[in-house]
Design a protein around this ligand. Structure first.
Ligand SMILES: Cc1cc2nc3c(=O)[nH]c(=O)nc-3n(C[C@H](O)[C@H](O)[C@H](O)COP(=O)(O)OP(=O)(O)OC[C@H]3O[C@@H](n4cnc5c(N)ncnc54)[C@H](O)[C@@H]3O)c2cc1C
Length: 401
């Protein structure tokens, strides 16, 4: 179909929504993004984008801009929680580029959103903030979007990129209720000037303990340090990114960890706690001319750091399939058919990865020894375990990934 003759409303100016808007507008579609927040990118956090997501950023033309603000971790290092001894090293850096042709990038979330926002505006997208969508209805081959202020808008296609707690998913799609995984996670940022220099080895560092682990890496060329700290527990916390918690609770949960983690947590002034929920895959992502994208259709646990990458892949495939489809309905169905198997696989793998970090003492020691041996003998073999994930390239792939 000739996208220049079509108009779309995208609900949500997160990573998936902005990328989809940009990809559609680059194919000459008219796109309007509606975002409930009064400004974009307010909440700070680290976001990792593997080579599979980098492929999309490059195809959108954002490579040069991204290089100015992205960090390139040389490796992911796994450590014993108490001794802080290194158990395994998964090389990234140059080895990642050699293996997949692309780097592994880390961003401050606000920086990545700013890149996508600028790219989308340049491609001709209109972005409206303080525009909270209250309802979406489909009739015939059109959709009516009602804003909370009462205004109504019409469009041929609606792309719902309204995130984890998607209202569109709740209204127009059926699915099983999410279940608590028994994990909660704190996240936060620490000003690096408050920590001793070179406290942590370069790159991503994971400290693995009984029923808990902590991941930390630098952002903004070392000016900030990002952390995510996960604990297994029976009582659940609210699912969301913006629920504050007392840093004393975080320090108490990780009291048995070694001196590096202790120093990091001593410097935490503000932290957010979220309950990690498993969302069973949805039966459908498309209803008429409304399609879900990103966290709205496949919210995932953070253990593979693929929330952003999977949303970027969705965005590219959505625009590419619409570009070659006979009509809107066919294009949206092709998008769903091509994306659902892969997104479901990443969701499942993210759930499993969390368990690996938290094995009990006996099995945990064996797993540590296994990783240690594999890491010493063939470090690239550890990276090779992620070939299916990082090696996928939705930009050049024709077939279902
Ligand atoms: C504040 C925040 C912090 C995060 N922190 C991390 C992190 O530390 N690590 C990590 O791996 N992932 C994090 N994520 C998730 C990660 O960004 C996503 O997995 C990924 O980027 C997919 O993004 P998305 O665009 O699908 O959803 P989101 O990034 O959640 O974007 C959804 C957007 O839709 C908007 N929206 C929702 N409802 C409406 C409505 N009714 N009308 C209009 N707009 C609406 C929201 O305001 C939001 O801007 C975070 C997400 C958020 C929102």
């Amino acid at each position: 179909m000739n996208l220049a003759e079509h108009e779309f409303i995208v609900i949500g100016a997160g990573i998936a929504g902005l990328a989809a808007a940009m990809a559609l507008a680059q194919r000459r579609a008219r796109v309007r993004v509606l975002e409930q927040a009064s400004a974009l990118g307010e909440v700070g956090a680290g976001i990792q984008v593997g080579p599979n997501g980098v492929a999309v950023l490059e195809a959108l033309g954002l490579r040069d801009a991204a290089e100015t603000c992205a960090s390139l971790p040389p490796a992911i290092e796994l450590h014993h929680f108490a001794s802080e001894r290194r158990v395994a090293r998964i090389p990234l850096g140059r080895q990642c580029i050699a293996r997949y042709g692309r780097p592994y990038w880390q961003f401050h979330r606000a920086d990545l959103l700013a890149l996508l926002e600028a790219g989308a505006r340049e491609a001709g997208v209109t972005i409206e903030t303080a525009a909270r969508v209250a309802d979406v209805e489909t009739y015939g081959n059109r959709c009516r979007v009602t804003l909370e202020c009462g205004a109504t808008l019409l469009a041929e296609g609606v792309i719902a990129a309204d995130g984890l707690r998607s209202g569109v998913r709740g209204r127009l799609f059926q699915g099983e209720a999410p279940s608590f995984t028994g994990h909660v996670a704190w996240r936060g940022l620490v000003d690096a000037s408050r920590l001793p220099e070179r406290l942590f080895p370069d790159g991503v560092n994971v400290y693995m303990g009984p029923r808990r682990h902590l991941v930390t890496y630098p952002l903004r060329h070392g000016a900030l340090r990002n952390f995510v700290a996960v604990e297994e527990r029976d009582d659940w916390a609210i699912e969301g990114w913006t629920e504050p918690d007392d840093p004393a609770n975080l320090r108490a949960a990780f009291a048995g960890f070694g001196p590096r983690v202790k120093q990091l947590l001593e410097a935490v002034d503000e932290t957010f706690l979220w309950g990690l929920f498993d969302h069973p895959p949805l039966p459908n992502w498309v209803n008429g001319t409304v399609a879900l994208i990103g966290d709205a259709c496949h919210p995932m646990l953070p253990f593979l750091a693929q929330g952003a990458g999977t949303g970027l892949e969705d965005a590219w495939v959505l625009a590419a399939e619409l570009d070659v489809a006979k009509d809107l309905g066919q294009g949206l169905r092709a998008y769903e058919a091509r994306r659902k198997p892969r997104a479901t696989r990443i969701q499942r793998a993210s759930l499993r990865n969390g368990r690996i970090y938290h094995l009990g003492p006996g099995i945990g020691t064996l797993a540590h020894l296994g990783l240690s041996a594999a890491s010493a003998v063939a470090p690239s073999a550890l990276l090779g375990r992620f070939d299916w994930l990082y090696g996928a390239d939705v930009v050049s792939a024709q077939a279902t990934l």
